[in-house]
Write a new protein. Structure first.
Length: 209
């Protein structure tokens, strides 16, 4: 079964409190999403492998640690996932970025693909799939299946707010994908929105309604 890590860092919890507020502006919301993603990236990369390399400081020769040649990529689920990319790249600037476009059919709530562009060597990379919200789990499940169909094997999923229903669906569909969650909320309502949640993350990031 996949590992589910719910963040308990005070800075993450404080910033999630700000983005939940109805009066938070699009500008502040956007900034906070990026900052939360950066802090979560710090936690989600805790187990990356290191190797020893020999260097010279201005004083002497010594051995230091370096990431063990693992290639990384960040793949946001469009469009709300874009809000998390800048924060991720602040922590791992050498990562490549792919994009997966999905929307929910308003009748069936099922995800429909409309765009997919990934690094050519994505099958050789550790992939972080990012989306601020994990509600029904349909979009995340579909995005990760698309990656697996293209040969990607090392995938982690990051979201800022999740509903238990989405976590359960992801664990059943992709038991090999670890999940990193900023806050685990109570439930979904009849419209598929997370409660208490924060509304539509895409609309709030981009100022659309």
């Amino acid at each position: 079964m996949s590992k589910v890590v719910v963040m308990d860092h005070p800075l993450i919890q404080h910033k999630i409190g700000i983005i939940r507020k109805e009066e938070t502006s699009s500008k502040e919301f956007r900034e906070m999403i990026g900052e939360i993603a950066m802090l979560m990236c710090y936690e989600a990369t805790r187990d990356l492998k290191l190797e020893d390399i020999d260097i010279e400081t201005p004083i002497t020769k010594t051995t230091v640690k370096e990431l063990a040649g693992k290639k990384l990529a960040v793949v946001p689920i469009l469009r709300a996932g874009l809000g998390m990319v800048e924060g991720m790249l602040a922590m791992i600037p050498a990562a490549k970025v792919g994009h997966i476009g999905l929307y929910r059919d308003p009748e069936t709530l099922a995800p429909v693909e409309y765009y997919c562009k990934l690094p050519a060597d994505c099958s050789e990379r550790d992939i972080f799939v990012v989306d601020p919200m994990l509600a029904t789990g349909g979009s995340a499940e579909a995005a990760i299946q698309m990656l697996k169909d293209k040969g990607v094997r090392n995938i982690r999923f990051m979201c800022i707010i999740a509903a238990p229903e989405g976590v359960k669906r992801m664990q059943e569909a992709h038991p090999d994908v670890d999940m990193y969650i900023g806050a685990l909320d109570d439930k979904l309502n009849d419209h598929g929105y997370i409660v208490p949640g924060l509304g539509d993350a895409g609309d709030r990031i981009f100022g659309t309604k």
